[in-house]
Design a protein around this ligand. Structure first.
Ligand code: GDP
Ligand code: MG
Length: 178
């Protein structure tokens, strides 16, 4: 019962990026679920919550999975950005087009300069170490994130090597201090 009375500081976090990069799978994963065996293309907006304890402080991350936004874009964006605390800009590490596409999202987002911003390369499990073309290198992503004042993570919603938990903890800790 006491847990029901615990007060959580709530933060709204947007999941942004091209269709197919894994926003929905990452949202499920971060919010304690398994990797979904099948995902529907999301319509409208969906949100899930994740409770965290960062050094004794109770934090609630409210993840907004911005499905369908790929198509509606401009009209939806201003609505989504209300009262947002942080944005995860997500791309697919084996789809350079999804990385190049982020610049447009970042520009849109510049209407809210106070936002905490994170760059997330998803599907790291699909990386092929024997080749470089057709993949977004960590070096490239790292320098991009520095140029845009973002923290960078590579992750996989599906399989190791990278757990989503590193992102969860970093986002929670940053928000707590913000
Ligand atoms: P969204 O359109 O950005 O919401 O992307 P979805 O979450 O619907 O994922 C698109 C496709 O990528 C689905 O077939 C997922 O199973 C797959 N997917 C998502 N994340 C990963 C990942 O980390 N690794 C692999 N291998 N596949 C992924
Ligand atoms: Mg989706």
């Amino acid at each position: 019962v006491s847990s029901l009375l615990t007060r959580y500081r709530t933060f709204k976090v947007l999941m942004i990026g091209d269709s197919g990069v894994g926003k929905t799978c990452l949202t499920h994963r971060i919010c304690g679920g398994q990797f979904p065996s099948r995902v529907e293309a999301t319509i409208g907006v969906d949100f899930r919550e994740r409770l965290l304890d960062i050094d004794g402080e109770k934090i609630k991350l409210q993840l907004w999975d911005t499905a369908g936004q790929e198509r509606f874009r401009k009209s939806m964006v201003q609505h989504y950005y209300r009262n947002v605390h942080a944005v995860l800009f997500i791309y697919d590490v084996i789809c350079p087009g999804s990385f190049n596409g982020l610049i447009a999202w970042i520009e849109e987002c510049s209407i809210c300069p106070a936002l905490l911003r994170f760059l997330v390369g998803n599907k790291s499990d699909l990386r092929d170490p024997s080749r470089t073309e057709g993949q977004v290198s960590q070096e490239r992503a790292m320098s991009f994130s520095k140029a845009h004042g973002m923290m960078f993570f590579e992750t996989s919603a599906k399989n190791p090597p990278h757990s989503v938990e590193d992102i969860v903890v970093a986002v929670g800790a940053k928000l707590k201090r913000h």
